[in-house]
Design a protein around this ligand. Structure first.
Ligand code: NAP
Length: 486
C-alpha cells in the first residue's frame, strides 16, 4: 500500500522559549528533519521568542550548533541547513512585560502565512499570560493554534485552572496539548493493528485477554532536573499522562473514524470507567546509591525526599469489555534498560490435548515503543525433532527496521510528526482538556493519600527492575512482569 505525505500550507510558527532546553534539543531538530522530508513549504517562517538579547544571526548560530549536536548529519546536509536557517527569525520578548509584543505583531503582519501557530515551550506559569496577550493583541487569529507542553497542571484543580485560562483566549479546537508518547510511530500502529486487522478485535476483551501490562523504564536518574522532579515524582511525571494515555489507546472502543473528537471521546470513556485504586496498594520506589551512582535523594538535593522515582500499580476498568482483566502499569528511573512496551497477555487455551507436554502458556502480543519500535507475537509451537510432542514458545518478530527496510529509516520522530499535525490542524494525537482533567481525577486521590500518610517509597537498586514489592504485585495475582531488557 503506498502512502503519501499530506502537504501543509505555508506557516508562521512562533516558538516561545526558543533558547531553552526543549526547543534546542527537540523542536528545532524535528523541524529541520521536517524540512529534509520536504514538509516545510516555501515562505514558512519559524520565529524564536525569548527574553535573551540576541540578534537574528546569533540566534541562527545557536540553532546551528544545537543541530550539529542533536542531528549528527546536519553539517553534511549543508544546503538544507542553510535553507532551514533562512526560515528562522528571532524576537526578544518578555512574556510578563510589554517588551517585544509590538515587534512580534509587526513581524507577523509583514508577510502573513495562511497558518499561524504558537508553541509555548516555556514554564507553565507563563501559559496563561502568553495566551491572553496573544488573543488580546490580535496576534492570534481565530484559526491560530496554540501548543502547550506538559506539565498540564500538577493536580486536578490546577489542570482545571489551566484549561480555564487557555479557554478564555482560545477555542478547544485551537489548543494542542502535547504528550510526545502519542506521536510515536508504534502508538499509531497500535490503532492500525487493532482496527485494521479483523483478527484481533474479536479477541480484544476480557474473555480472551488475561491481563495487560504497560512498562516505561528509563536508565537515567533525575540528575540535572532534580529540583523540578522532586516536586513531581513518577506518578505526576509519567503515569498521569504517558502511561494513562497508552492504557486508553489499548482499552478504548473502536472510534467510528480516525478523527480527533471520535478518538478522544473513546479515550475519555475509558478514563471515566477506570476504578479508583487503593493508594496503599500502589508500589512506590526510590532508587538508592549504588557504586559510583548517587541516590535519588542526592540527585534531588533533598536528603529527606519522599518523592517516588518508581511506580507500579494495578488498574481495573469497569465496562463490558474489560471487567475482570487487570492493567498493570509500571514506570521508573535508573532501571536495568530503557524500554517502553505494552504486553497483551492472552489466556491459555481452555484445554490441552498434549497432557505430557506440560502447561501451555497463553500467547503474548508485545508492542514495543522504544527502543527499536516493533511488534512481537509469542506463539506456542512444537519443539522440532523426534521423541513425542514437546512445546516451546517462539517470537514472531516484526521489527519495523527489518520489515520496512529503507522506509523504516524515514519514520518521523514524535515531535516531528506532532508539530506537523499542529500545522495541519489535526488534533487526533493531542489530549483534549477533559481527558487531562479525567486523568488527574484518577491519580489525585492516590497522590493526596501518599502525602497524608507517613509511608516512604521502597528503596531499590539502580540497574534492577524496581522494588521487590513490584514483583509481588504481579506474583500475588499469579502473573509476572516481562523482563526489563533492551
Ligand atoms: P528551559 O530550558 O528553562 O527554557 C525556558 C525558556 O523560556 C527559555 O528559552 C527562556 O528564555 C524562556 N523564558 C523564560 N521566561 C520567559 C519570559 N518571561 N518571557 C519569555 N521567555 C521566557 O525550559 P525547557 O526545559 O525548555 O522546558 C520548556 C517547557 O517544556 C516547560 O514547560 C517544561 O516543563 C516542558 N517540557 C520540557 C521537556 C524537556 O525535555 N526539556 C520535556 C517535556 C516538557 P530566556 O531566559 O531567554 O527568556
Amino acid at each position: 500500500m503506498a502512502s503519501t505525505i499530506i502537504p501543509v500550507d505555508s506557516f508562521d510558527l512562533v516558538i516561545f522559549g526558543a533558547t531553552g532546553d526543549l526547543a534546542m534539543r527537540k523542536i528545532f531538530a524535528s523541524l529541520f528533519r521536517s524540512l529534509l522530508a520536504g514538509q516545510i513549504p516555501h515562505n514558512s517562517r519559524i520565529i524564536g521568542a525569548a527574553r535573551s538579547e540576541l540578534s537574528r544571526e546569533q540566534f541562527c548560530n545557536t540553532v546551528r550548533e544545537s543541530l550539529a549536536t542533536f542531528d549528527g548529519k546536519a553539517e553534511i546536509r549543508k544546503g538544507a541547513l542553510e535553507s532551514f536557517l533562512n526560515c528562522l527569525d528571532y524576537i526578544r520578548i518578555d512574556a510578563n512585560g510589554d517588551d517585544g509584543w509590538n515587534d512580534l505583531s509587526l513581524m507577523l503582519a509583514q508577510n502573513p502565512n495562511p497558518v499561524r501557530a504558537f508553541y509555548l515551550s516555556v514554564g507553565p506559569s507563563l501559559f496563561g499570560g502568553i495566551s491572553e496577550r496573544l488573543a488580546a493583541s490580535g496576534i492570534a487569529l481565530p484559526k491560530s493554534r496554540i501548543v502547550v507542553e506538559k506539565p498540564l497542571g500538577h493536580d486536578l484543580a490546577s489542570a482545571i485552572e489551566l484549561n480555564r485560562k487557555l479557554s478564555e483566549s482560545f477555542a478547544e479546537d485551537q489548543i494542542f496539548r502535547i504528550d510526545h508518547y502519542l506521536g510515536k510511530e508504534t502508538v499509531q500502529n497500535l490503532m492500525a493493528l487493532r482496527f485494521s486487522n479483523a483478527l484481533f478485535e474479536p479477541v480484544w476483551n476480557a474473555q480472551h485477554i488475561d491481563h495487560i501490562q504497560i512498562t516505561v523504564a528509563e536508565t537515567i536518574g533525575v540528575d540535572g532536573r532534580g529540583g523540578y522532579y522532586d516536586k513531581s515524582g513518577a506518578m505526576r511525571d509519567m503515569v498521569q499522562n504517558h502511561l494513562v494515555q497508552l492504557l486508553c489507546l489499548t482499552a478504548m472502543e473502536p472510534p467510528s473514524r480516525f478523527e480527533p473528537n471520535a478518538v478522544r471521546d473513546e479515550k475519555l470513556k475509558v478514563l471515566r470507567a477506570l476504578d479508583a485504586v487503593d493508594p496503599l496498594k500502589v508500589v512506590r520506589g526510590q532508587y538508592r546509591a549504588a557504586g559510583d551512582q548517587s541516590s535519588y535523594r542526592e540527585e534531588a538535593g533533598n536528603t529527606k525526599s519522599t518523592t517516588e522515582s518508581f511506580v507500579a500499580l494495578k488498574a481495573t476498568i469497569s465496562n463490558w469489555r474489560w471487567s475482570g482483566t487487570p492493567f498493570y502499569l509500571r514506570t521508573g528511573k535508573r532501571l536495568r534498560a530503557r524500554m517502553s512496551e505494552i504486553e497483551i497477555g492472552f489466556k491459555a487455551p481452555p484445554h490441552s490435548i498434549f497432557p505430557d507436554a506440560g502447561p501451555i502458556s497463553g500467547n503474548a502480543l508485545v508492542i514495543r515503543l522504544q527502543p527499536d519500535e516493533g511488534i512481537t507475537l509469542h506463539m506456542t509451537i512444537k519443539e522440532p525433532g523426534q521423541g513425542g510432542i514437546r512445546l516451546t514458545t517462539v517470537p514472531l518478530d516484526m521489527s519495523f527496521a527489518d520489515a520496512l527496510g529503507e522506509r523504516a529509516h524515514n519514520i518521523a520522530d514524535a515531535y516531528e510528526r506532532l508539530i506537523m499535525d499542529v500545522i495541519r490542524g489535526d488534533q487526533t494525537l493531542f489530549m483534549r482538556g477533559d481527558e487531562v482533567e479525567a486523568a488527574w481525577a484518577w491519580v489525585d486521590p492516590i497522590i493526596s493519600t501518599w502525602q497524608e500518610s507517613r509511608e516512604v517509597p521502597q528503596p531499590y537498586d539502580s540497574g534492577g527492575s524496581g522494588p521487590d514489592m513490584s514483583l509481588a504485585l504481579m506474583h500475588n495475582d499469579g502473573r509476572r512482569w516481562r523482563e526489563i531488557e533492551e
